[in-house]
Design a protein around this ligand. Structure first.
Ligand SMILES: Cc1cc2nc3c(=O)[nH]c(=O)nc-3n(C[C@H](O)[C@H](O)[C@H](O)COP(=O)(O)OP(=O)(O)OC[C@H]3O[C@@H](n4cnc5c(N)ncnc54)[C@H](O)[C@@H]3O)c2cc1C
Length: 330
């Protein structure tokens, strides 16, 4: 879809550029030379964006290129002199020429060699539809309004949309793991969703997240309507370190450390204000297990209770569970 929107965005301005420049008062031969400058700039752009993609990562370079493309298309509305057209033609040509090869690299990153031909064939088919859509829309707009303004405004917006689609991180699902097409569900590394715990959008890469979501998706398929409410946790053994995390710690502004970091046996309790966001433990599995109980019960101990140690925490959780048994057992 990004490929389609990218081509739909730049094809109209490319195709109608000469007529637009003439409508702005540029002489016909000079107007044609703007098109040539775009083409020449595209040669360098392909190399430049390719090198940047290798060094900085294809996706961020593609997104940046798409944003630049949208901005330049909009900037054409503000120019009228030949030299201004040339300046924009260099940026525009380099950008639309530069982003095009990046789609092939992205496809290779996301799909295996056995299906890459089919994937790229389908992608280029969509891009060709985009390429044919822009010039047609531009012609219709000019016929209707005797002006190219709406072509450049519309193309810039479509270009921004292309960048927006490229930014999307994973398959968007709701609290039942259903995508915008309810019959299509997504779980695990592929799924991005609004997390009940933080209220923010996440895409979690952990075995626990994938299996919890798979269970919930199965229940959704057979007709249950429970929302996803699992406490996020992660576990990994690396050498002599047992790494465990519970909760989501983004947005934390303070922390309390329990244990002995120098001996590789400690836990970090992350807070946002007075709210416990999560606990990261190294070789302290009891802290992790207690943390899962606390966050699962909706209990956020005060930082000074954490600092008092595990016994104080257990007592505080027991007192909370007596006061709020329903939440604690949920
Ligand atoms: C090196 C590494 C170490 C990790 N360590 C940990 C850890 O210690 N603890 C932890 O919790 N998490 C860890 N993770 C993350 C964890 O492995 C993933 O979050 C989890 O496996 C995601 O499960 P999933 O089912 O969403 O995706 P995956 O496990 O990636 O499963 C997706 C499956 O779909 C298949 N597939 C892909 N495309 C197609 C297709 N077109 N048609 C058919 N099949 C297809 C793939 O071959 C794969 O088998 C680690 C990940 C990596 C890469």
């Amino acid at each position: 879809m990004t490929f389609f929107a990218c081509c739909a965005a730049h094809s109209g301005p490319i195709f109608h550029m000469v007529s637009y420049a003439m409508a702005c008062g540029v002489a016909p031969m000079a107007a044609v030379s703007i098109y040539s400058v775009e083409g020449l700039a595209g040669l360098g752009g392909r190399l430049l964006y390719g090198v940047l993609g290798d060094r900085l990562g294809v996706k961020p370079v593609l997104i940046t290129g798409l944003a630049i493309q949208a901005a330049v298309i909009a900037a054409y509305l503000a120019v009228g002199r030949l030299e201004q057209f040339y300046v924009l033609a260099v940026i525009f040509g380099a950008t639309y020429g530069g982003v095009m090869p990046l789609y092939a690299v992205l496809a290779r990153e996301y799909f295996g060699p056995r299906i890459i031909g089919t994937v790229f064939g389908a992608a280029t088919m969509l891009s060709s539809l985009g390429m044919s859509f822009g010039p047609l829309a531009g012609g219709m707009i000019y016929d209707a309004y005797a002006s190219y303004s709406w072509l450049f405004i519309g193309s810039a917006l479509v270009g921004l949309g292309a960048a927006g689609i490229a930014i999307a991180n994973g398959i968007r699902v709701d609290q039942h793991m259903q995508s915008s097409i309810p019959e299509i569900l997504a779980v695990g590394d592929a799924a991005s969703y609004r997390h009940w715990f933080t209220g923010g959008d996440v895409r979690l890469e952990s075995v626990q997240n994938a299996t919890d979501q798979a269970r919930l998706a199965a229940r959704t398929i057979v007709g249950h309507a429970e929302p996803f409410a699992a406490v996020p946790w992660f576990w990994s053994d690396i050498g002599d370190m047992k790494l465990q995390m519970v909760g989501l710690t983004q947005g934390g502004d303070s922390h309390v450390v329990l244990g002995e970091p120098a001996e590789n046996r400690f836990s970090i309790y992350h807070y946002a204000g007075n709210r416990l966001l999560g606990i990261e433990s190294v070789n302290r599995p009891a802290d992790h297990m207690l943390g899962r109980k606390m966050l699962g019960a909706g209990f956020s101990p005060a930082p000074h209770t954490v600092a008092a140690g595990p016994d104080a925490l257990k007592a505080a959780l027991a007192a909370f569970s007596q006061d709020e048994p329903a939440r604690a057992s949920a």
